[in-house]
Design a protein around this ligand. Structure first.
Ligand SMILES: C[S@@+](CC[C@H](N)C(=O)[O-])C[C@H]1O[C@@H](n2cnc3c(N)ncnc32)[C@H](O)[C@@H]1O
Length: 275
């Protein structure tokens, strides 16, 4: 396990993922009924952007720092920026803290992190928080253990580091198994857009699952002609809330503008759509 998210925290892909996560969380607030959130690959929860590791890559410069400094209209990011502004200056919140900010007293958050040190940090962050449980466990195994949640309402974030060669296959298997247990949950899966071939195969494999509602979200910072570099970032959303596309598209298009990705584009497509 070599991947450490501190080197990438707050980069453009993190911001895209967290903005969409925030939009999904806002949708969950539309009903009083309790929900639970499962974050299978949680990381450490909070990242010091001035640390040696983060400074080494400086990826936040092209991501969150650009958004914070932008003079463009930032109303699309109101809820997301509120979570960031609630942290100590210079610290970037990961998905666990973003989700935590949206819990109401009736809601719960389950986090899994496999890296021993990262798990310790995460557990410390939520020490004695009665609404959050932190597991030192493989994220895919946690899905088997935790689904379905008793609330029967929930959001599952699957955000692996893509260190494993067969991560796309693991995602397909994990989703198949999870959907069998909890077909009404909202699932959000993150993936990098580098080489397009494995992505095409990933989409084809997802289609074969015959899950009725799967939306693909692609955010490209440049045309994907260099398969070895991170040209963009993708999300799979299973059971997307009604009309969420109308929120995602303008938010991500504004991010393209703010990041000054002049050749970039946003593409949303139904992989499977219930007729
Ligand atoms: C991309 S980072 C997570 C970022 C986090 N979701 C966020 O948005 O702030 C992926 C994390 O998964 C952890 N990890 C790697 N393999 C894992 C596994 N099999 N199960 C759970 N966590 C794992 C890594 O240690 C790393 O912290």
């Amino acid at each position: 396990m070599n991947y450490r998210h501190i080197y990438h925290a707050g980069n453009f892909a993190d911001v895209v993922k967290h903005c969409v996560l925030t939009l999904l969380l806002q949708k969950l607030h539309e009903k009083e009924k309790a929900f639970s959130i499962i974050d299978t690959h949680a990381g450490i929860g909070i990242y010091d952007l001035q640390s040696q590791q983060a400074s080494k890559t400086n990826e936040a410069q092209e991501g969150i720092l650009k958004l914070l400094l932008s003079s463009q209209d930032k109303s699309f990011f109101e809820h997301y920026l509120k979570v960031i502004q609630n942290q100590k200056t210079g610290f970037y919140p990961g998905s666990p803290l973003i989700s935590r900010a949206f819990l109401r007293p009736q809601d719960r958050l389950w986090l899994s992190e496999l890296h021993p040190e990262d798990f310790q940090n995460l557990a410390q962050l939520f020490y004695k928080d009665p609404q959050v449980k932190v597991f030192h466990q493989d994220g895919y195994n946690s899905l088997k253990a935790l689904l379905p949640p008793k609330e029967k309402r929930g959001l599952i974030l699957i955000d692996p580091p893509f260190e494993e060669r067969n991560e796309f296959k693991m995602l397909v298997n994990g989703l198949q198994e999870s959907y069998r247990r909890f077909a009404t949950g909202i699932y959000m899966i993150w993936f990098p857009i580098k080489d397009l071939k494995p992505i095409k195969e990933f989409y084809a494999a997802l289609k074969e699952l015959e899950i009725p509602k799967i939306l693909t979200v692609e955010f490209l910072r440049k045309p994907p002609i260099t398969p070895e570099s991170l040209n963009g970032t993708g999300l799979i959303i299973v059971n997307p809330p009604w009309k969420i596309q109308e929120k995602i598209v303008p938010t991500l298009e504004m991010l393209l503008k703010i990041f000054e990705f002049k050749e970039g584009y946003v593409r949303l497509e139904w992989l499977c759509e219930e007729s």
